[in-house]
Write a protein that binds this ligand. Structure first.
Ligand SMILES: *[C@@H]1O[C@H](CO)[C@@H](O)[C@H](O)[C@H]1NC(C)=O
Ligand SMILES: *[C@@H]1O[C@H](CO)[C@@H](O)[C@H](O)[C@H]1NC(C)=O
Ligand SMILES: *[C@@H]1O[C@H](CO)[C@@H](O)[C@H](O)[C@H]1NC(C)=O
Ligand SMILES: *[C@@H]1O[C@H](CO)[C@@H](O)[C@H](O)[C@H]1NC(C)=O
Length: 169
């Protein structure tokens, strides 16, 4: 895909703004926002190396269905990468509300998403199956020393019926 030509540029931008051994110029809210919004790049560009910039090592995620009980970053990465391995995906994040807790090292957030998934048939542009998913992520985050803000717990909630004719799972 032509889109992938932009990937090196995108990844270097992400790396330079989330590398957090040194004090970041971003506010706490901005750092958390950056973590949450790096997620679509990990999933949609199938970048295993970006998952540790999004999830804590001991994170738990419940994406419902076959991905309802993912414990640990390896399970999360492998589960999500497998779920889009034979698809083109685009996760569009929207409404983002972040509550930073008084301890300064934990937070929780709600982030809307619209995820569009297409079957991978590069030479048959007019005849793809697709589905559009509408929902939100309800997350707990923590500040991991020498790394930055990471999702520690994620629950997905669907907010509307799915559209399209792609049967998943
Ligand atoms: C995952 O979330 C669903 C509701 O969306 C719930 O029914 C299920 O018990 C949860 N599973 C775990 C392991 O948290
Ligand atoms: C979720 O997975 C853990 C192992 O990672 C297991 O101990 C637990 O029983 C599972 N929970 C459910 C509801 O399947
Ligand atoms: C954070 O968690 C609290 C307690 O569960 C909840 O009331 C609040 O709505 C959450 N904030 C966000 C932004 O999701
Ligand atoms: C699924 O929908 C797409 C878009 O409308 C269409 O091109 C494709 O033929 C449909 N596939 C099936 C199996 O109905």
């Amino acid at each position: 895909m032509r889109l992938h030509a932009f990937l090196p540029l995108l990844l270097s931008a992400i790396t330079s703004t989330t590398a957090s051994d040194s004090p970041s110029q971003l506010t706490t809210w901005e750092q958390i926002h950056q973590t949450l919004h790096t997620y679509p790049l990990a999933v949609d560009f199938k970048q295993a190396s970006l998952y540790p910039q999004v999830f804590a090592n001991d994170a738990f995620a419940n994406y419902t269905g076959p991905l309802a009980n993912l414990t640990g970053i390896d399970a999360i990465r492998e589960g999500l990468m497998a779920s889009v391995a034979s698809l083109i995906s685009q996760h569009q994040l929207g409404t983002t509300v972040i509550d930073i807790h008084d301890d300064g090292v934990s937070a929780n957030s709600t982030t809307y998403f619209t995820a569009t998934l297409f079957t991978l048939m590069p030479n048959q542009m007019g005849s793809r199956d697709y589905t559009i998913l509408y929902g939100l992520y309800s997350d707990q985050l923590k500040l991991v020393q020498n790394e930055g803000w990471r999702i520690s717990t994620r629950y997905l909630e669907f907010m509307a019926p799915n559209l399209g004719n792609l049967t998943l799972g």
